[in-house]
Design a protein around this ligand. Structure first.
Ligand code: PLP
Ligand code: COI
Length: 356
């Protein structure tokens, strides 16, 4: 597909890498294209980053038809930029689109677009330790009509933001509260899709946790409120009595690319990894009797984040003395080593972006 370029005359100054945080600064351009049933995807363009003009009856504003993805471009030590498993994100985006009745983007077209956009914004990929260029593809229903029906017109965009760590704690352990009132998703719902509505429904519990000094909540399943699901912006893993346990993909949690990668790294190295149901009672018992050795979250934004404290029904449990555990540190080093090109990538997960 032909992409039209309308490039800025003057680029913005690049930020000081020590001030990046997450998702506050945006690059010079954004990618956009539109979908209609008669033309399919059309009018692909890279234009100056800026506000959108949206009809007040736009479907996304009223009925929440919106999906998104999150992946990163990494600056390697040799100066080149690379992506990490972009096809996984493209496939998940199409699964989310299918759930929300938004149009599919063929995999090869989505990759071509992503690469063209990253090439344009390549100079925004920071090189300081712990930094990267976060890419946020998203799609929304854009019918100008208040009837409730599946979407006919859609818009797809990619924006990019140079980022440091997601949590203010960086690689230091975060405190997480186990939520026993609100639920995030149920089987048959949209939990496995990366759609804005899931996050809107999470905000109330997240705000309550933040008020109490916790970074995010750990969700329980929406039916029995018994099984561990995932954290607000990351999947979770535990080391209990030597076994690595992570909730199985039940349909109500996001199938994280980082989760999948951590499992593959750990299995390759001979760890026992179980994707299974993990009840909050089993976790609480392991916290009490000391068999919970480590806990961490994993996600593109969060990378591998140690969990140093878990709170359940007002009881606080310290994990591994509030320090990062051995497996968590090893996973962080291995995953980021591959992502930043510091160590060999035996899995073939990285995709260098050639810049002319
Ligand atoms: N779970 C939720 C709710 C998330 O928002 C994310 C972040 O994308 C993840 C898990 C981790 O997914 P991934 O590793 O693909 O970024
Ligand atoms: C990501 O890790 O890419 C996410 O989407 C998490 C988030 C900031 C919602």
């Amino acid at each position: 597909m032909e992409i039209k370029y309308q490039l800025v005359k003057e680029k913005k100054a690049k930020p000081d890498p020590s001030t990046l945080g997450f998702g506050r600064i945006f690059t010079d351009h954004m990618f956009m294209m539109d979908y209609t049933p008669d033309k399919g995807w059309h009018d692909a363009r890279i234009v100056p980053f800026g506000p959108l003009s949206i009809h007040p009856a736009c479907t996304a504003l009223h009925y929440g038809s919106e999906i998104f993805e999150g992946l990163k471009a990494y600056r390697r030590a040799d100066g080149k930029v690379q992506l990490f498993r972009p096809t996984e994100n493209i496939r998940r985006m199409n699964n989310s689109a299918e759930r929300l009745c938004l149009p599919q983007i063929p995999e090869d077209l989505a990759l071509e677009i992503l690469l063209a956009f990253v090439r344009t914004e390549e100079d925004w990929t920071p090189s300081a330790p712990g930094t990267s260029l976060y890419l946020r593809p998203f799609m929304f229903g854009n019918d100008e009509n208040l009837g409730v029906h599946s979407v006919h017109h859609a818009t797809f965009l990619i924006i990019a933001s140079p980022v440091g760590s997601y949590y203010k704690e960086g690689i230091n352990p975060v405190k997480i509260m186990i939520e026993d009132q609100d639920v995030r998703a149920v089987r048959g719902g949209t939990g496995y899709a990366k759609c804005g509505g899931n996050y809107a429904a999470s905000n109330r519990a997240g705000a309550r946790a933040e008020e109490k000094g916790y970074s995010q909540v750990l969700w329980l399943d929406g039916v029995e409120r018994k099984y561990i699901e995932e954290v607000g912006a990351m999947n979770v893993m535990f080391k209990i009595g030597g076994e690595i346990v992570t909730p199985m993909l039940s349909g109500s949690i996001l199938p994280g690319v980082t989760r999948k990668s951590c499992i593959e790294i750990l299995k390759k190295e001979g760890y026992k990894v179980s994707e299974r149901l993990l009840s909050v009672d089993e976790l609480a018992a392991a916290m009490k009797d000391g068999t919970l050795e480590e806990a961490w979250g994993c996600g593109t934004a969060a990378v591998v984040s140690p969990i140093g404290e878990l709170c359940y029904k007002n009881v606080k449990y310290t994990v591994n003395g509030g320090k990062i555990g051995e497996v968590t540190q090893h996973l962080y080093d291995t995953l980021t080593g591959i992502q930043w090109g510091k160590i060999a990538d035996p899995f073939g997960w990285t995709l260098p972006v050639d810049v002319d």
